[in-house]
Design a protein. Sequence first.
Length: 138
Amino acid sequence: MPAKDLFHTTVKTALVKDGWNITDEHLFIQVEDIDFYIDLTAERILAAEKTGKKIAVEIKSFLGASEVTEFHLALGQCLNYRSALRLTEPDRMLYLAIPVDVYNEFFSRRFIQRIITEYELKLLIFNPEQEEILIWRD
């Protein structure tokens, strides 16, 4: 099992505060002979609709030496995880969780915004100090 990201507990707390029920801390998916581990999975019952919404969350801190390299790794992981989820749990949506300062300083760049749009990357932006979700970007 892979190591937890620095913000694993922070994002977990933020999801619970936002009304989510954490169902797995490391979702294991096996597709053919490839094993995947996604950081968190959660579900929330929407009272008004009486339908459930399921998500998987890959958490990234972006604390490496190069934000571009970190982004390459995160995007690649998300694309692979999303493909695996489509085969195994097609009703579960994948989100990339990133700290708000990383979103403001790196993800706001035009080229990165183009990539996010092109690959339809869903983002969960959180405040690490307050352990709160600030933005759900679909």
